[in-house]
Design a protein around this ligand. Structure first.
Ligand code: TXA
Ligand code: MG
Length: 330
């Protein structure tokens, strides 16, 4: 693996882009300080330039190279990074002028995290520069949680994919921004639900939704309704009774546990049933398997994928967020 990391860094130094594993999903990496390399990321993903990238740093000490942490949130940033870095928490902070505008889509802020994946960490360290990396999928599609999924998404478009097996978390990092309050715990605006849960963040601040700002500019696609979408229509079926199958159509079920007793399993003679957490129903396992299972069902030649909801607590919030976006029509 050491050799693969060195090969990746050689390419990154030469302004190329490479797919690297993180603990959440595979990322498409570029030297964050090289705008030409970053432009290749947008091109390979067919990603619109208004959707900013996350910058990954090797150590907490490198935060000062990419962001300027305001005095009034410095203590909170310290607490959060102590508790959750390296790991799946992304902080939106005022950007350092050295970060190219292309990375942040012209925003005055930058999204930063420190990945916990040994391969990604080693690459950041060996490169000696921050790495800009979105998920290694084509724009709007399902995020890749394995190297083979990256091949399906970007094969032939990028010179190297480093394979380190399946990702341990399975859904993308939690993204927050921080609003200080005099004499009170700060407010955390939740830009994207992820592996670091609301319950975990609440120890350090009050978690609230992102305030809707009405502008003509397009919203960042992480917040766009339709995202993480299979090509096969996916319907999030809030209640089993709402299911109205059409004659002759093939339906697959994206089940939580896949248990025979589940009202969803019993609802229909499904073409195929895929379970997020077979038998036991554990949210952590469901998160790890979510994008893999979505991909399986997408490749099963179905007319529609029917998805069963999971409980919206802890990691279930991130899972339901992805299912809702996958089921939204453009
Ligand atoms: O787990 C992850 O976060 C993965 C791995 C590779 O690190 N990365 C990832 O990147 O999911 P991406 O590009 O697929 O999603 C990044 C999200 C986008 O929704 C983008 O709009 C948002 O972060 N974002 C980036 N910079 C932002 C900023 N300055 N303000 C608000 N949102 C931002
Ligand atoms: Mg993405």
């Amino acid at each position: 693996m050491k050799e693969a990391v060195s090969e990746a860094c050689e390419l990154l130094r030469a302004g190329e882009i490479v797919a690297l594993p993180t603990e959440t999903v595979y990322g498409l990496a570029a030297d964050a300080f090289n705008p030409d390399a970053v432009a290749k990321v947008f091109a390979a993903k067919e990603r619109p330039s208004f959707d900013p990238l996350i910058v990954h740093i090797a150590s907490r000490g490198d935060l000062k190279d990419v962001a300027i942490v305001p005095e009034d949130i410095a203590e909170t940033v310290n607490k959060l990074t102590n508790a959750f870095w390296p790991g799946p928490l992304t902080l939106i902070l005022p950007k350092h002028p050295d970060v190219p505008d292309l990375v942040t889509s012209g925003l005055p802020t930058v999204a930063v995290r420190q990945s916990a994946h040994p391969v990604f960490r080693a690459a950041c360290k060996e490169l000696g520069r921050p790495i800009a990396a979105p998920s290694a999928n084509r724009f709007g599609r399902i995020s890749p949680t394995s190297a083979s999924a990256v091949v399906k998404e970007l094969g032939g478009r990028i010179p190297l994919i480093v394979d380190a097996g399946a990702c341990a978390e399975g859904v993308e990092s939690t993204i927050i921004s921080i609003e200080p309050r005099e004499g009170k715990k700060p407010i955390f605006r939740l830009h994207r639900a992820g592996p670091i849960t609301k319950e975990q963040l609440q120890e350090f601040g009050r978690v609230e939704k992102v305030r809707e700002i009405k502008t003509d500019a397009p919203q960042a696609p992480g917040q766009l309704a339709s995202h993480y979408a299979p090509l096969t229509p996916l319907i999030l079926l809030e209640k089993p009774a709402d299911f109205q199958p059409e004659e002759g159509k093939k339906y697959g079920l994206l089940s939580y546990t896949g248990e025979d007793e589940s009202p969803y399993v019993a609802l229909h003679d499904w073409e195929v049933i895929e379970s997020l957490s077979p038998g036991s129903g554990k949210l952590a396992e469901a998160a790890i398997r979510l994008f893999f299972v979505m991909r399986q069902l997408d490749e099963a030649g179905l007319d529609a994928i029917i998805a069963e909801p999971v409980s919206e607590t802890g990691l279930g919030v991130a899972i339901m967020d992805r299912l809702r976006r996958a089921s939204a029509v453009e």
